[in-house]
Design a protein around this ligand. Structure first.
Ligand code: PEP
Ligand code: MN
Length: 280
């Protein structure tokens, strides 16, 4: 099966042979030869939690901080995120550490709250929310577009095209695992999509090994495999107390475990011709 490349205009490498680097602020770029690591908890739980984790992942070489304030949960009774208050805590963590912040938007009506956010994440469940994509295409914010749970590479690239067709070319793609018959892991990490996307598109692609596996001890091996597959970076869930995390504790690693991963990745990136310039 081939990609239908004629359907792509802006995302296509044919129209833009060089790799795109997306500047996310704080001296951090995603793509264009850099290797960029985004780390932080699944969700912002308190001011102390997000600032504490931000400080420790920064020490271990993270380039940006993640943390959800608006959470897409399967159950309406599960923790939905701290919402506007979570955004405030995230901004506090940005001020405290200087790390650019990445957080998910679920409703375009919330866009006003994202004014000082560095990267707006479109989660897997909204990858084909075309009206949301078009609105984000009218902003000048970097957009982290996650692959849908049951979406093809073609569909992921078409969703990126939606954003770019409205004028915003600052798109970062993210492979976060897809649903298959395999149920030993939360999802199945489709690493072969990395070289496929790199061939078809100039956009940067990062990997989320946390949602892909759903199991903390498999985050490290899949992170290393992502470097080898040619990814431009990683987004990893890190929590100071995974057992008591309000969301995704099973897949969250400790800051100390995160440090082991970044130490190895710094060495690997040399071999794979990427630059890991941590904001240390
Ligand atoms: C997340 O990043 O916490 C998240 C909900 O991811 P995804 O949309 O990939 O499931
Ligand atoms: Mn999560």
């Amino acid at each position: 099966m081939e990609l239908k490349e004629k359907a792509f205009k802006s995302v296509s490498r044919k129209n833009h042979p060089g790799d795109t680097a997306v500047d996310i602020g704080g001296g951090v770029k995603i793509g264009g030869g850099s290797f960029t690591v985004i780390a932080g908890p699944c969700s912002v739980e308190s001011e102390e939690q997000i600032i504490g984790i931000a400080e420790s992942v920064k020490k271990s070489g993270a380039h940006a901080l993640r943390g959800g304030a608006f959470k897409p949960r399967s159950s309406p009774y599960a923790f939905q995120g701290l919402r506007a208050l979570g955004m405030e805590y995230l901004l506090e963590a940005k001020r405290a550490t200087g790390l650019p912040i990445v957080t998910e938007i679920m409703n375009i009506a919330h866009l006003g709250l994202f004014a000082d956010v560095d990267v707006i994440q479109v989660g897997a469940r909204n990858m084909q929310n075309f009206e949301l994509l078009k609105e984000l295409g009218r902003t000048d914010k970097p957009i982290l577009l996650k692959r849908g749970l049951a979406n093809t590479v073609q569909e992921l690239l078409m969703s990126a095209e939606y954003i770019m067709s409205e004028g915003n070319s600052r798109v970062i793609l993210c492979e976060r695992g897809i649903r298959t018959f395999e149920n030993v892991t939360r999802n199945t990490l489709d690493l072969s999509c990395i070289p496929i996307i790199k061939e078809a598109s100039h956009l940067p692609v990062i990997v989320d090994p946390s949602h892909a596996t759903g199991i903390a001890r498999f985050v490290a091996p899949m992170s290393y495999a992502s470097v080898a597959a040619g990814a431009d970076g990683l987004i990893i869930e890190v929590h100071n107390d995974p057992e008591n995390a309000l969301c995704d504790g099973d897949q969250s690693i400790l800051p100390s475990e995160f440090g082991v991963i970044t130490d190895k990745i710094k060495k690997m990136t040399e071999l794979f011709n990427k630059k890991y310039d941590a904001a240390e």
